[in-house]
Each structure stands twice: as C-alpha cells, then as structure tokens.
Ligand binder design. Structure first.
Ligand code: ZN
Length: 1095
C-alpha cells in the first residue's frame, strides 16, 4: 500500500473564505434559474384552521432547471374543451394523419401509402440475403458515418489503446504529481495522448421543455368519437364496435367485449375459419426457432408466420384478410380516455376508482386515497377469494412511485409532526394512522383497518368525535383525511438511534486514456463547476446541505483534499486497490460554498493533469469501495456518481473478463448473459445498502463492458445507469449533460426502507425494482429518487369481503436531502368482488403490462427466454379465456371477445414479447439487453407504456398556431405517407422520419437544406431556424424531452436510407426484423390460444 501525500503549498489559513452568504451564484448553464426554493414542505404541526382549502402547492420541484415529467404541463388542456363536441360521431378516419383503412386507397392528401412504394410486397422484414443493419443500442447512439464495430467482432479490449506505459512508470508519474503546485510536475495541457478537441464552452443549451408553452398531451380532436363512458360501467364491458372503425357485423347482435369474427362480416376477413396450423402449433412453440415449413404472408389468419419471417423470400403479395383498422387501436383508446376523462380532476375520495390512463393529462385531488401518480393497480376491484383470483389469472399488483414528482398545480404531501412519541400507529401490525382507522369509545381508542386490533389513542392525540363518529379535527389532520402525507420520524427510526447527518455526493471520474481522449474528462469537470451550485435543497434553505467529494481513477485511485483552507487542492494516490481505504478524512467531503475556489481549481486541473495519460486499464469495484468507505468514515448516506468507460480488467477485486458470447442466444445458457459474472458485486451492493451508499453509473463504452455485472451495485442500491455507447463529444455531450444535470438535481431520499401493509386477506408477496431485500417484507434502497418505481404483487391469504374492500398502506422511511428522517405514507382502498365481471371491468391494462414486463424481465435471469415468452402468452390467454367463459354472452367460438378494459392487452403484450430483451435482433448487443432489462425494472406505468408502444406523431400535420401536438397515429408502416415527416419517441430515442416525397419547402424550413438528399442524418439536434414549422417541431421535441426522465437521443431517418431499418424496429404493429409477430398475426394467435383453453 502506498499513500503519497504532498504537503500543500499554500498557507493553510488566512485564505479568503468564500462564505456562501453574499456569494453570487453564477447563472447555471447560461440560464438564470428562478430563485424558488425547492421542495418546500411546510411543517404541519397540528391543526390548521384553513386546512380544508390548502394553500396553493408550495412546489415540489425536484429539478428546477429541468422540468420533470408533468412540471411543464399545463393542465388546462384544450382537449377538455374539444371533447364533448365530438362525442357521438362515429366512423371517422382513425387519426388525422392516417391513411384510410382500406388497403390500396390513396391518402386524403393525395400521397401514396408508403407501403406501396418501392417495397415490393414485403412490408415488414427484409429478405434473408440483406445484410443485417447496424442498429445502435436501444437507447443509444447511432453514429452515422462512423458505424460502430459490433461488439461481437471485437476480440481485444483496448480499441484506442496506445502502447501501454510501464506500470511502474505511471505509478511514479501519478504519485509524484502535485496539483497546482509550484513544481512544474503537471504535464502540459495538451500532449500526445490527448487527441480530442476541447469541448465547446457550455453555453447552456435550452433546457427541455422550457421553450414550450403548451400542454404536452393536448391533441386536436379530429378523431372519431369515443364510446361514452357509461359503456365501461354497464353490465357488459363495452359495445362490440362503438368507437372502433368498421361497422358492427350485420349477422351478429352486439356482443359484450370486443369481437373479431371470422365469417367475413367483420374486419374484412375472408376465407375459411383459420386452422392456425403452420408455425404456431401451440403456445409452447411460440417464438421458437423455425421448424415447420415457412409460412406464407402476414395478415393471413390461416397461417401465422413464424418469428423468423426475415428468412423468408419475399414473394407473395400480402392479402389483407383482417382490416387493421378493425382491431383495437391503442391510439383510439388513448384519445377516448383523454376526451372522456381529461377535463375533470380525478378526486380520490371514492374507493376502488379506476384513474384516467397515464396518457391522459389530468389533475388529482387527494381526498383520502393516494394519487395515481404514486400508486397504480392492475385492478381496482379484486376478487374476494384466492380461487377467483387463480381462475382469472389476472395478477394483482401495484406500481408504486413513492417520491413521484407532482405538477405544480398539485399539493405535495404535508409533513406531520406527532411530537416526541412519534407517529401514532397500531399496536399490533404497526400500521400508521390513516383515514381508514376507526375511532371508537368516544375517541379514546381506534380500531386498526388492517388487522382490527384496538389501540389506545395517546393522550396528546385525543380528540372528540362528532355525531357521525368522525373526529372533529378530521379535516385539520392530513393523516385523517388524505391519502398521502409525511410524518417527521423520531430518533427511534434512525440507524443506531442517532439522527442522520446530511448526505454526501462523491464524483468519481475515470481518467483512463479513452475517457481523456474523447474529451469526456474535460466535459465533466467543466460541467461540475456550475452544476455543484444546484445540488438538491430542502425547504427554504439557502444552500444545499449536501457535501461533495472528488475521486479520479484508472488502475489506481486519486483522492483529493479540497478543504477550504487550502490554496490548492491536494492529491493522494492509493495504488493498492486490493484493500481499499480512504487516505484522508478531513477535507475530502466539503461544503461547496466554503471550498468553492479549491474545487474550481481542482476541476480546472484534472483534465490537464491526465492529458498525457497512457493508462488504458481501469478498476471498478475499488472505486465503489472507496466511495463506500468515505461515507462510512463520514457517518452519512450519499450517492456516488461514477463516470466509467471500459471493462475493468486491471488487477483488482471485482476484475472482469470479456465473456460476451452471442452464440448463447436462444440456448438454455442465454440467462448467463443477464447474470453477473461474479458474486463479488452482490456482496458489495449489500454493504452499500447497509451504509445508504447509492451508486449512479454513467457508462461510455466503445465495446462490451458487461453491464449485467457493472450494473449490480447501481441496481441494488436504488441507483440509475446511463449508457452512451461510442460517446462522441459533438453529438452526445448535450444529451449526457442533460441527464447528468437532472440526475444531480432531482429529488432523492437516502437510506430508505419501504414496507407495504395490507388489510387481512391479501399480502404483498413479490417485489420488482431497483432495491435490495434482506427479508421478505422490507424493500431497502440506499437511495430512492423521484423517478423510481417499485412494483408489488399481492396474493390472497384469506377471504376478502365486498363490504370492507381491501386496503394498502405503503410506508417509506427515508432521509431527506437535508438529513431529516421522515416517513412518507401512501394509502389506497380497493373494492372487492364476488363476480369476475367486476374484476375485468376495473382493470388497467397499462399497469398490467408494466407488471408483466417486469415479471418477464426478471424471468430471463433464471429461465430460457423462450420459456418466459411462452409463459407470458399462456397467462394472457388464460386471462382472456376466463373472461370469455365467465363474463361474455354466449357466442360462436369463431369470435374473439375481449374485455373493454383489456382490449389492448394483445397488442401491448406482443410489444413486450418482441422487445430487445425477449427477442433480440442481430444488431442488439448483450450490453443493450442487460441495460434495457435494468431500466424497465424501475419504470413507472407511463414509461413502460411509451417504451413498448412508442408515440408516433405526423409533424407535417402539426398546427403551427396552436400549442397542441398533432394527433398520434398507429405504429405501422402502412400509416406512413412518403410526403410527410413523422416523429417517433419511446422514452429513450426520438426519431424524425422524413418521407422521400416531402415538399422541398418543408425540408428547407426544418433542416435548412434545399433537398431531401442534402439532409444529414448525422444531426443530433434540429437546426434552429426562424420559421413557424421549425419552431413548432422544435417545441414539440422540447416538450417531449421535458416529459421524460432521460434525455432522448434524436435520430434523423430518411426514407429508404439504411437507418430506416432501425426506425422500423419501433413500428411495433408490424412484423419485426428479429422475427416478432405483427399485431394482426399475434391477435390471431391469441385467439387460437384462447379457443384451445376453452375447448
Ligand atoms: Zn393493525
């Protein structure tokens, strides 16, 4: 072990102290941020007379500069004013931008359907002879012009590596270095090894959402009208056809649910009843490699194509047996919900209410149940018995986002202080006081709504009851009248019976050759200089309580003393990485304002200091260990921000080898690609969780770096992973910096433990998300931010009653960013039913899909991917078969009948089945799959919704004079016109697709070039041009960026360009290149599965 500490060269004391008072904060990133304090929680100490009409929300702005989801949203959407006028009209075109349903018809605009143009008769899929197209990772860079080498072809690690210097030489070099010292030991600013240009000064590009005035989801309602809401409440869930396109079948009376007939009377399906031979012999074989003879074309229910369609020669012209417009449309369902439910606030006073869809813009009023922004359920009416639940196969699950950011119009949870004795709780089950507790005996006791135990009311909490049995202070106390609130925790809720210290952020920067050469090190250091002024603050505090520290590393670690009394920062090198320790305590974690000048000096010098580095190898586990040890020594929780570029192959604990092997795909060993290659990181994660050390990992790989293993600690500590493959300064810095800014600023709690209590009859049995569990009930997270969700599954352990319903209480104990220990409580009451029809009428498919995706993505860790896909299909077939058998009116077996609330289950399920994790195309890397798998596991319902079924907007249909978005269209190539420009977003990428026949004027206005051929698909942003169309499109892009938790990569796609294959991957209603079925085919397949179950 060698520790090299240089004596500091400046006088230790007497330095001007940059006290924070009076310090002028520089405008951040060129933007002046409003001086609004963040996250004000008014302490709620006892009754407040005016509580019934709470003061306007004090703001809960996790990221002031970067509008979080919903924050830029104006809730006065124009959908509300438009909606009523259109109700009742039927059979309008599906969307304003879509071609008419009939195949071969010309578009209203006179353009030919894209699918008819120059694509032969194969619309989805490429001939087997076609070379596979390079596709970037799901979220990540595609660098036109510099096609990345596929990982599988790389056999060495050091792609850019210069001849490595001798280890000893480097060690000596580092060890002897004094930062900013008088000795000229620092290398010259630019040297041989520093090839990348200095990044442009960060002028503070416009922040997402800031230039947008309008509500994000307001859409013109040119659409046909939705079925009236009453159909959902009726006995039969929904008329067969109302609100859908295509007339009701003349030969059949209206049936409940959604019908698809095979006699030709509906959906233009002709021919004999399908026998579903061919590639889908049954559920177990679905998605298996091709065995039977190649099936014919899509849209032919007689033979469902195999997943490997791309191996088929394109020969036959597709016969449109089923009209795609006659099957349930996600766009229509989303529009209907917006029109029906977007105008009224969602008031949570009633038990078991199904909230509006996540795609609907609505306001929530808390009247006793948690907002759907915090909790969404797969069903709001759950079966009374376990038998019923098993029969239906509908999973009972809640997707919980405990620290969700709210729009400014909504009130953040009040903070309740019950004094020294802490929150009032049930004696037996320890549930927290909530609106469902029953006060008895004149208010002296209360009966627990979860376990029925009777508990004495503490004297200080006693209050009289009114004639209805309600406490007279009911409306003055959030915990009696609201669904969500916080309690101030007492010392009993703290580790070691000691109130916590404020948390710390430690920035740990890879300074190996690749990181330096790409300009990344300089970029990060420049950014941190301003970003450190925007650390999360609490309440009215003038400055953040969070302390900061800095580490750089390659195969050794460099710690920095940035104590305010120093003239210059000091570096300490630890080269013995086998037994990591922190070489300094005093001066490592500091207050930003106090150490401002020293920190600035350090950040100036780091890029210079390593400019000539030739070190290509890195360590990884010791970096986390170092951060963990630093937090331990400081006795606080915190977050590590690690910026890392390569597979850690240097000799050290947690050293990894390249074990990527694409030959494992579709074998029983495929699961190993998702598993960590060593258990070392699992143990490290456990230690991190115990300390409250959360890890956020920013990856910049040029080749395989084993995300499955490197991600273990971030994942289990509640952290985030960001990946920027083939990072290039010019094209990727903006996106990275936006992610970093948001990540550093967002609302976050530390050292968190979540428990979900339930009323007798059901209990939480399974959990999905980024966390660690040391027992079966407590979800532990070293850190939990406002974007993270935990999906919880429930099972019966007894009978439920229709009278009392079922209750959930989610309690999250955490340390705030100022070091305050708190409990956040969310309560939700659900209905219970003895009739299956009630269950099916109160389901939410978006939430169901969130659960199913997480369930499947966890399954790939232990089962072959094909088994996981088959299980998903089987479960959904059982769900729909049970409905058909028990809830639908008798009808011929040839009819597919779907419950109204689940009519999108097949289309969405198909999107999950053919996602990169479950059915990767040849261009999807192992790291991409591991990355997406981990991302999805923490997603909320809105994120999974757009991730699996991307939003496709015809930009040329946008009204430049309004704030609204153009009406979305369905994700199919058939819907694209070659005369139009479209935008597609999935939460990770934004594509702008340009048709070959787009008018020259539009191209000029949007791209600033005179012709289609001159459009560069190397653009990572749209040019800023002063015309209404350019402004409108850029406003739309900014609006979408503002709604997502990550900054999306913008990719320009020209029709018939090579990149188009990448874009088509996201047209999820079509067959995919990786062999995923089209929507129509999959629906037929589901129908067959259901019929088999019923016969
Ligand atoms: Zn209880």
């Amino acid at each position: 072990m060698s520790v090299n500490q240089q004596a500091h060269t400046g006088p230790p004391y007497g330095q001007p102290q940059p006290g924070y008072q009076g310090y002028q904060q520089p405008a951040y990133g060129g933007q002046s941020l409003p001086g609004v304090p963040q996250a004000q929680y008014g302490a709620y100490n006892g009754p407040v007379p005016g509580y019934q009409q709470p003061v306007p929300p004090q703001g809960y702005f996790p990221s002031l500069g970067f509008p979080s989801k919903g924050s830029p949203v104006s809730l006065n959407s124009d959908t509300s004013s438009l909606a009523p006028n259109f109700i009742g009209s039927l059979r309008a075109p599906p969307t304003s931008g879509a071609p008419p349903p009939a195949s071969g018809a010309s578009h209203p605009s006179g353009h030919l359907a894209y699918s008819q143009f120059d694509h032969g008769d194969v619309q989805n899929g490429i001939p087997a002879s076609a070379a596979p197209v390079q596709r970037p990772p799901a979220s990540q860079p595609f660098l036109p012009g510099s096609a990345p080498t596929p990982v599988s072809q790389i056999s060495t690690f050091q792609q850019y590596g210069p001849p490595p210097a001798s280890v000893q030489q480097l060690r000596n070099h580092m060890a002897g270095m004094t930062i900013g010292g008088t000795a000229a030991s620092a290398p010259p600013p630019a040297g041989l090894g520093y090839g990348a240009p200095r990044p442009p000064a960060m002028p503070g590009p416009p922040l997402p959402g800031q230039t947008v005035a309008g509500p994000p989801s307001s859409q013109p309602n040119h659409i046909s009208s939705p079925p009236p809401p009453s159909t959902m409440a009726g006995l039969h869930p929904g008329p067969p056809m109302s609100g859908l396109h295509g007339p009701p079948p003349p030969t059949h009376p209206p049936q409940p649910g959604y019908q698809m007939q095979q006699n030709g009377s509906f959906g233009q399906m002709r021919g004999p009843p399908p026998n579903y031979g061919g590639a889908y012999p049954g559920a177990p074989n679905y998605g298996s490699p091709p065995g039977p003879p190649p099936p014919p074309k899509r849209l032919d229910p007689d033979s469902i194509p195999s997943p490997q369609l791309n191996e088929l020669p394109p020969q036959q012209k597709p016969r449109h047996r089923i009209d795609p417009d006659a099957i349930p449309s996600p766009i229509q369902v989303i529009e209907d919900d917006r029109n029906n439910r977007g105008s009224e606030p969602f008031v949570t006073g009633v038990r078991g209410q199904v909230p509006p869809l996540v795609t609907t813009n609505f306001l929530v009023k808390d009247q006793g149940n948690a907002s759907p922004r915090y909790i969404r359920c797969t069903s709001y009416n759950i079966p009374c018995t376990s038998d019923m639940a098993k029969q239906s196969q509908v999973p009972l699950a809640a997707v919980i986002k405990p620290l969700a950011a709210l729009p400014p119009e909504e009130t953040v949870p009040y903070l309740v202080d019950h004094g020294e004795s802490g929150p009032v709780r049930c004696n037996r089950c320890k549930a927290y006081m909530c609106p469902f507790m029953q006060f008895i005996e004149g208010g002296r006791r209360f009966q627990c709504c979860f376990c029925s135990c009777v508990t004495e009311v503490p004297p200080h909490y006693f209050q009289h009851l009114d004639h209805t049995g309600k406490r007279v202070d009911f409306y003055d106390r959030p915990e009696l009248s609201l669904g969500s609130y916080e309690f101030l925790a007492t010392v009993d809720y703290c580790k070691n019976n000691k109130f916590p210290s404020p948390p710390a952020f430690i920035f740990m920067i890879d300074v190996s050759y690749n990181a330096v050469k790409s300009g990344l090190v300089r970029l990060i250091c420049e950014e941190l200089k301003s970003l450190l002024d925007y650390l999360p603050r609490e309440g009215n505090m003038e400055e953040s309580a969070i302390r900061v520290g800095f580490v750089t590393y390659n195969k050794v670690l460099h710690f920095y003393n940035v104590k305010s009394s120093l003239a210059q920062p000091q570096m300490m090198v630890v080269s013995d990485v086998a037994d990591m320790f922190v070489p300094l305590l005093d001066g490592f974690l500091v207050n930003v304002n106090e150490s401002r000048t020293v920190i600035a000096s350090l950040l100036d010098q780091i890029p210079e200091m390593f400019a000539d580095t030739r070190e290509t190898e890195t360590v990884f586990a010791p970096v986390i260990q170092a951060g963990l040890e630093a937090l331990k020594a400081a006795e606080c929780a915190g977050k590590l921000f690690i910026f890392h570029t390569s597979l850690p192959i240097a000799e050290a604990p947690g050293k990894l080898k390249n074990r990527d092997d694409r030959k494992l795909i579709n074998t029983d060993k495929e699961k190993t690609l998702f598993q960590p290659q060593t258990s070392f990181y699992n143990n490290l994660a456990k230690d991190c969780v115990a300390q409250g050390c959360c890890v956020d990992l920013f990856l910049f790989p040029n080749q395989y770096l084993d995300v499955a293993t490197l991600g273990v600690v971030p994942y289990q500590t509640g952290g985030s992973i960001y990946k920027y493959a083939y990072f290039q300064l010019e094209t990727d810095q903006y996106r990275f910096l936006n992610d970093l800014r948001r990540d550093v600023q967002k609302e976050v709690g530390f050292d968190a433990v979540m428990r979900v209590r339930t009323s007798t009859g059901i209990r939480a049995t399974d959990f999905f998300g980024a966390f660690y569990m040391s027992n079966t009930t407590d979800v532990e997270m070293a850190g939990l931010d406002c974007d993270k969700t935990i999906t919880v599954e429930f099972k019966h352990d007894d009978k439920l009653s229709e009278d009392s319903g079922a209750l959930l209480q989610c309690a999250l104990l955490y340390t705030s960013c100022a070091g305050q220990r708190r409990l956040r409580i969310h309560n939700l009451s659900l209905n219970c039913c003895t009739q299956l029809a009630d269950l099916y009428r109160n389901c939410e498919t978006d939430t169901l899909i969130n659960y199913l995706a997480k369930y499947a993505y966890r399954g790939v860790l232990s089962s072959p991917v094909k088994t996981v896909r088959d299980a998903l299909i089987n479960q959904c077939a059982q769900i729909l078969a049970c409905y058909r058998k028990n809830c639908a009116s008798p009808s011929s077996a040839g009819q597919l009948i779907l419950p109204e609330c689940m009519k999108l289950l097949p289309v969405y399920l198909n999107c999950v089945l053919k996602s990169d994790v479950l059915q990767p195309g040849p261009e999807v890397t192992t790291d991409d799959r591991a990355y997406v798998r981990q991302l999805v596991t923490s997603m909320d319902v809105a994120e999974t919704n757009v991730f699996f079924y991307p939003r496709l907007l015809p930009l040329t249909k946008a009204d430049v004079d309004s704030d609204s978005l153009p009406a979305a269209i369905r994700n199919s190539e058939e819907r694209l016109s070659k005369g139009d420009i479209y935008l597609l977003e999935n939460g990770l990428n934004i594509f702008v697709w340009v048709g070959v026949n787009v008018q020259q004027g539009l191209i000029q206005n949007l791209f600033g070039v005179s012709s289609f051929s001159q459009i560069s698909n190397a653009l990572s942003t749209l040019p800023v041009l002063e015309n209404p169309f350019s402004k409108k499109v850029r406003a739309i892009v900014d609006m979408l960026q503002g709604q997502r938790s990550r900054y999306m990569k913008l990719i320009i796609v020209k029709q018939e360009d090579k990149l188009e294959m990448l874009f088509k991957h996201f047209l999820v209603e079509d067959k995919s290149l990786s062999g995923g079925a089209s929507y129509v085919d999959f629906l037929c397949h589901m129908h067959k599965e259901i019929r088999q179950l019923l016969s």
